[in-house]
Write a protein that binds this ligand. Structure first.
Ligand SMILES: *Cc1c(COP(=O)(O)O)cnc(C)c1O
Length: 356
């Protein structure tokens, strides 16, 4: 028998979440963001299930090539563009759409001598200060691309630093409008948070990531409230029971000490499976569908849960670490991180099952 840990992927939920994106952004086309192995959900699995998306956005050239070789004909957007000239030739060969966020990438296009016109997303920096041209550089960059024989249709792009915040997009939107005014080109701005909080940002294309996977990008709204369904559910089982007497501890560092006699379940799931080691005692977990808490330090292959008040818990009892019934957002918050990190960290050693 293999270890009882499993990641189950609900592909109906994935499609339902895409439908929710469409409902929220009815006039926009959708780049389904599938970077980082589709946020840990499996690149090809997710691309397949989201065949109704208008395009796929990701980071790695190799992943884009994998999609093409698997037969996908959708537009594919390389979110950071190409890092060297050789990559640009591959991107052209595979009909990819590239981002141009800096002068060096425009130079690459100019010197490429490519006989095709590549679709390019020209990226503006509206305050994230990671990638993108400044407002004062933007019009020139656009003109250079327009003149470049290797460049086809141009889309104007930016990315919000804080679309989950109350007043998170007003200033960047102003910056964008100022830089883009007078340029006749499609636009793309919105990530999940912006789609949900600021529908006025949806423009020609939206770029949802986390909401497709059923997690909430908003600190004050749960995924359930938003109508999102979890796609990844991480489950395991109790493989040992410990009856701690008062004062005894469980796990490395003796971080948790029982204040009274406490029944503890040892779960086959640890940080080598992707469960965050920094999740403290008290992180929510389900045992037999009943909510309880983790206790003590997460180890590489195991963690401990409090069985106090969990009716009929025993060896083999099912445990949900996150997903159906317990949002990854909630676990992430307890562990001082975001659901993105939990999903992306799912380890390759965890056996995977598909539903739907
Ligand atoms: C990751 C990413 C997205 C998707 O963000 P979510 O918060 O997951 O919706 C959109 N646009 C860009 C440029 C990204 O890098």
């Amino acid at each position: 028998m293999p270890r009882p840990i499993r990641a189950t992927f609900d592909l109906d939920a994935l499609r339902a979440n895409l439908a929710l994106v469409r409902a929220r952004a009815p006039n926009s086309r959708v780049w389904a963001v599938i970077k980082a192995n589709a946020y840990g959900h499996g690149l090809l699995r997710v691309a397949e299930a989201l065949g109704q998306a208008d395009g796929y956005a990701l980071l790695d050239l190799d992943d884009a090539v994998r999609l093409r070789e698997a037969g996908f004909r959708h537009p594919i957007l390389l979110l950071e563009g190409c890092f060297e000239l050789g990559d640009l030739y591959v991107a052209a060969e595979y009909s990819l759409t590239i981002v141009a966020h800096c002068a060096a990438q425009i130079e690459m296009l100019e010197m490429s001598g490519l006989p095709v016109r590549m679709p390019v997303h020209l990226k503006l920096n509206t305050g994230m200060n990671r990638l993108g041209f400044t407002v004062s550089e933007f019009a020139d960059a656009y003109e250079r691309l327009k003149r470049c024989p290797a460049v086809g249709p141009i889309t104007l792009m930016s990315h919000f630093a804080e679309a989950e915040a109350d007043n998170g997009v007003a200033e960047p939107l102003q910056v964008f409008e100022a830089a883009a005014s007078g340029i006749e080109a499609p636009r793309t701005l919105a990530n999940s948070a912006a789609i949900l909080r600021f529908p006025q940002t949806c423009a020609d294309w939206v770029r949802p990531g986390i909401m497709l996977y059923g997690c909430s990008p908003l600190p004050d709204r749960s995924a359930e409230e938003l109508g999102l369904r979890p796609v990844m559910t991480l489950t395991s089982e109790i493989i040992a029971i410990q009856n701690l007497r008062r004062g005894e501890s469980t796990g490395y560092g003796r971080l948790f000490k029982a204040k009274s006699a406490t029944r503890i379940g040892v779960v086959a799931c640890g940080y080598a499976d992707g469960y965050p080691r920094h999740a403290p005692t008290g992180t929510p977990v389900l045992v037999k569908g009943q909510r309880t808490r983790t206790v003590g330090r997460v180890s590489m292959d195991m963690l401990a849960v409090d069985l106090t008040g969990v009716a009929d818990a025993d060896l083999g009892s099912p445990v949900t670490l996150w997903g159906e019934g317990l949002s990854a957002d909630e676990v992430a918050t307890a562990a001082g991180t975001v659901s993105y990190e939990l999903l992306c960290a799912l380890a390759a050693r965890v056996p995977q099952v598909e539903l739907g």
